[in-house]
Write a protein that binds this ligand. Structure first.
Ligand code: ARG
Length: 459
């Protein structure tokens, strides 16, 4: 039989394959609560503007609440023949309340409904994203505070470069996640306009009050252009692109945790709660959560590319292509929230191996730059020459199989006569980091200032 929503124009129902490709109810049932909230706001507005009677609006309101509890309690029978959540809800409303249900769709279309529902859902995800980031940032600031003075190797090219502090490394991620947070808040503000009442594409001749529905649904204002309102998926794309950048940050940190927890590095011990064992190798403790976080970027970035590709080239206004928006965002959001929570848990639980960090920081000639800087400061040597002298000393130490502080003063003086006993002060890793007091530098004093700044921001 033909569809009850548009049967007037149709003699035959759809082919089974048509129904399968067309239906979105399998996934857009996740928008049920938003759909019902939108319908309630719309019905109340239709009554307030005199377009439907107060008693019809009340009947609709009660019916929608019944539908909502049926869905929430798992008693609702979703029908593929009814295509999507919007028609499933309305058809059930009709079964429950009869004729007044047919008045609900005055001055609106599914195009406004889906845009509104999906925006409401995505807005909640932006809020969850914000909370997830804040929790992670707090955990990182706590780590930074604990280890403001712990020394570890800083790397470039994953080769030992200079000693840095643990706190400084943690705060580097705080900066990244705080930029993510700012992107989330910015996008959330921009997307908060209500599409409801666009009436498919052109607006309506009914004297509706779009400000009223916008306000009821927590939007800042109604959208200004009905064509744009039903065609816009920027909000979903901003969610996905913001999520992609954040997932990239998460993935970099996850990669570091995988490396740091290895037997070769032993910088950190991950907690049992965020590790797994091996079924064959009894000694193993694997950083699976970190690995999965590292991998999640794939599907989140994939969702971003997929939806960009769906949207490119679509003429205004709505096209059914846009039905492909939701699964991408659902999947990306689910996995992002999981990754954020897992990272927060790992960061909270992990313990730094302070001795190993310091030993690693001291190896690999990590204070060579301090040595060169000392020559510039104390002997007036141009930096390029100091660099050369230091290079020769590194080569000497490497030849002897020792570290820079192990070279005797005589050995050092054989390379440069200007070197004095004072050089040994700067070859220690603690002095090295303590000296890096420039704005944004790694010195414990600077880290503590930054920790205090973040605590104030987060308070
Ligand atoms: N299920 C549709 C979607 O997800 C809802 C809007 C359908 N509108 C239409 N005119 N066919 O996009």
């Amino acid at each position: 039989s033909s569809n009850q929503m548009w049967g007037g124009r149709f003699a035959a129902g759809p082919d089974a394959i048509m129904e399968a490709i067309n239906a979105s109810i399998g996934f857009d049932k996740r928008l049920a609560a938003q759909d019902i909230a939108g319908s309630r706001a719309h019905a109340a507005m239709l009554a307030a503007t005199g377009i439907i009677s107060d008693s019809d609006a009340e009947t609709i309101r009660e019916g929608l609440l019944t539908v909502l509890s049926e869905i929430e309690e798992g008693r609702f029978e979703f029908s593929t023949a009814l295509e999507d959540i919007h028609m499933n809800v309305e058809a059930r409303l009709k079964e429950i309340v009869g004729e007044p249900a047919g008045r609900l769709h005055t001055a609106r279309s599914r195009n406004d409904q889906v845009a509104t529902d999906f925006k409401l859902w995505t807005r909640d995800q932006f809020d969850a994203f914000e909370q997830g980031l804040l929790a992670l940032i707090r955990a990182l600031v706590d780590q930074a505070e604990a280890g403001a003075a712990w020394v570890m190797p800083g790397f470039t090219h994953l080769q030992t470069a200079q000693p840095v502090t643990w706190g400084h490394h943690m705060l580097a991620y705080v900066e990244m996640f705080a930029r993510d947070l700012s992107r989330v808040r910015d996008a959330r503000k921009r997307m908060n306009e209500c599409p409801l009442g666009s009436a498919a594409l052109a607006g309506t001749g009914f004297a509706i009050d779009r400000h009223m529905t916008a306000e009821a649904l927590g939007f800042d204002r109604p959208t200004a252009n009905s064509l744009d309102a039903v065609s816009d998926r920027d909000f979903a794309l901003e969610f996905l692109s913001t999520a992609s950048i954040c997932a990239m940050h998460l993935s970099r940190f996850a990669e570091e945790l995988v490396i740091w927890s290895s037997a070769q590095f032993r910088f950190v011990a991950l907690s049992d709660r965020f590790s797994t064992g091996s079924s064959i190798m009894p000694q193993k403790k694997n950083p699976d959560a970190a690995e999965l976080i590292r991998a999640k970027i794939g599907r989140i970035f994939g969702a971003n590319v997929a939806l960009m590709t769906v949207m490119k080239g679509l003429p205004l206004a709505y096209s059914k292509d846009m039905q492909e928006d939701k699964e991408q965002v659902f999947d990306a959001a689910d996995n992002l929230m999981l990754a954020l929570a897992a990272m927060e848990g790992m960061v909270k639980d992990m313990s730094a191996n302070v001795d190993n960090l310091e030993a690693a920081a001291s190896a690999g000639f990590s204070t060579a730059t301090d040595l060169a800087d000392w020559l510039v400061r104390e002997t007036g040597l141009p930096f390029r020459d100091a660099h050369h002298v230091t290079g020769s000393l590194v080569a000497m130490a490497e030849g002897k199989g020792c570290d820079l502080p192990d070279l005797s003063l005589e050995e050092m003086q054989s390379v440069s006569g200007a070197i004095t006993e004072g050089i040994y002060d700067v070859l220690g890793v603690h002095n090295s980091v303590a000296s890096r007091l420039s704005h944004g530098g790694t010195a414990p004093a600077r880290v503590r200032e930054q920790v205090a700044r973040w605590k104030e921001i987060l308070a």
